[in-house]
Design a binder for this molecule. Structure first.
Ligand code: DUC
Ligand code: ZN
Ligand code: ZN
Length: 474
């Protein structure tokens, strides 16, 4: 007799965003087929023996193989980046197809598919980055891409090659409202950053640590408030990405108090790093932690923890932006220790996102297990139109799961699977690590070894975000 399940995970303590139950999990053809006690024998049996099982993580903000201005190149492509994701308990990633100013958005999407096809080891969708909202982009390309499964896009208020002015942002937000798409906003005031950078350079203050002086909380607070105001003018929800501290959080709470739908994302670097990690002297090692917005201080870390536990934040993502430290294509462009303004922005974190939050959030007593699931899987799936196929454990959902090992782990870069030559969390002691990651019923990480899934990671066309109201006409 053939078994009715391809696999049964037995004796799980299964957590979703709403419930924690003790059960067996029956899997058939890559999907969750049954939850219950005493399920029939599966072709494969995995005993979870009371261990916590959660949905596979969804990293709703990461950068993989994103084209850069030479000589800079990202260290991770879809092969190494998604391998690292899988080993860290993430089964879906959503990196960015970035429009180059002067080029079409469709060209960016086509190029990005070529980079991912046949190479990814977990499932993936694409956000878009809109850097040049021409009439063609607004009237034709973007609406048609949204209808084809690219339902979220990022807008930048800073970075010369990406930033939009307020009028352009209003144009794109109006389109997001018409089409029901999710607009993500990078909120930092570009002119203030440029002005501060010039002053710092004139004073010879160019070491990596001055990166945080050029982007104080004020520039994030102002841009966050402006983004909220632009969204209010159009009457459209937005999601503010990588919120780093108190003053931005205050703006979001203020807007929510006025009944606005402002969603918010934060990242592990704002919980575990501070500006001191960019250096307390002029050492170049601080370049490893140069990212934007920059990490703040201990009291801001606490504000971020509070926002994670009390519901302020919608999602927790990695903002994995992988550049080697000791590399002419990385943090030392052209082989030189450069002024902070020329250091590629970003830190690696695709593999450490889930373990850091599980260990220090759940086992550290700061977050409930269900809130952990909500932040790392369920709400990203809802925000980006992948729920309920992804982000939860329910009958018919993809069997994307993590079994957690509660054990002491000293984090070192040598145990990670990305292609980056450092981790900002080197030497940290964690209380847990994924003991098994399953993608659509296939074990891709068994706690020791990575095994690529047969058939590879699949491209996911996103539906409409389910955190949003239905489409409206302006
Ligand atoms: N900031 C971003 O906005 N994107 C990538 C990395 C970073 O630090
Ligand atoms: Zn950003
Ligand atoms: Zn980013």
């Amino acid at each position: 007799m053939t078994a009715i399940f391809d696999c049964v995970i037995r004796n799980a303590r299964l957590a979703t965003a709403s419930d924690t139950i003790d059960c067996d999990i029956g899997i058939r053809q890559g999907r969750i087929a049954m939850l219950g006690q005493g399920l029939a024998q599966g072709t494969r049996e995995i005993d979870a023996a009371g261990r916590v099982v959660t949905p596979g993580g969804i990293d709703g903000h990461c950068h993989l193989d994103q084209p850069m201005e030479p000589p800079v190149r990202m260290a991770d492509n879809f092969d190494t980046g998604t391998r690292a994701a899988a080993c860290g308990g993430t089964t879906t990633v959503i990196p960015f197809a970035a429009q180059v100013k002067g080029n079409s958005l469709q060209a960016a999407v086509d190029d990005y598919h070529r980079r991912a096809d046949g190479v990814a080891h977990v499932d993936y969708a694409f956000h878009l980055i809109v850097s040049d909202p021409t009439d063609t982009v607004l009237n034709s390309e973007l609406p048609s891409l949204i209808r084809n499964g690219y339902t979220s896009f990022k807008l930048y208020m800073t970075y010369d090659d990406l930033k939009l002015d307020d009028g352009q942002i209003l144009d794109v937000l109006a389109l997001a409202r018409r089409e029901g798409a999710m607009a993500m906003i990078h909120a930092e005031n570009a002119d203030c950053i440029a002005w501060l950078t010039k002053k710092l350079e004139a004073a010879g203050q160019t070491a990596p640590r001055f990166h945080s002086h050029s982007r104080p909380m004020l520039v994030e607070r102002e841009a966050t408030h402006r983004a909220i105001s632009l969204a209010e003018l159009i009457d459209v929800p937005i999601l503010i990405v990588h919120v780093s501290g108190r003053e931005a959080v205050e703006q979001i709470r203020w807007a929510r108090g006025r009944g606005m739908k402002i969603f918010a994302e934060t990242c592990p670097q704002y919980l575990f790093l501070t500006a001191a990690d960019l250096g307390i002297d002029d050492s170049y090692l601080g370049a490893k932690c140069v990212c934007s917005p920059p990490p703040r201080d201990a009291s801001n870390q606490q504000v971020i923890w509070d926002g994670l536990s009390d519901g302020l934040f919608t999602v927790l993502s990695s903002d994995h932006a992988p550049f080697n430290y000791d590399d002419p294509a990385g943090k030392k462009p052209g082989g030189k220790e450069v002024p902070f303004a020329y250091i590629p922005n970003g830190i690696p974190g695709i593999e450490t996102r889930m373990p850091l939050l599980y260990s220090e959030g759940v086992l550290g007593g700061r977050l409930t297990l269900n809130r952990f699931v909500e932040l790392t899987a369920t709400q990203p799936a809802k925000a980006y139109g992948l729920h309920p196929r992804k982000g939860t454990v329910a009958i018919g959902s993809d069997a994307d799961l993590v079994i957690w090992d509660h054990r002491e782990v000293t984090l070192t870069n040598s145990m990670l699977h990305h292609a980056v030559d450092y981790t900002p969390y080197e030497g940290m002691t964690l209380k847990a690590w994924p003991g098994l990651t399953m993608l659509r019923g296939q074990v891709v990480w068994d706690g020791t070894t990575f095994t690529p899934p047969s058939g590879g990671g699949q491209f996911l066309r996103c539906g409409m975000p389910s955190l949003l109201p239905a489409r409206r006409s302006v």
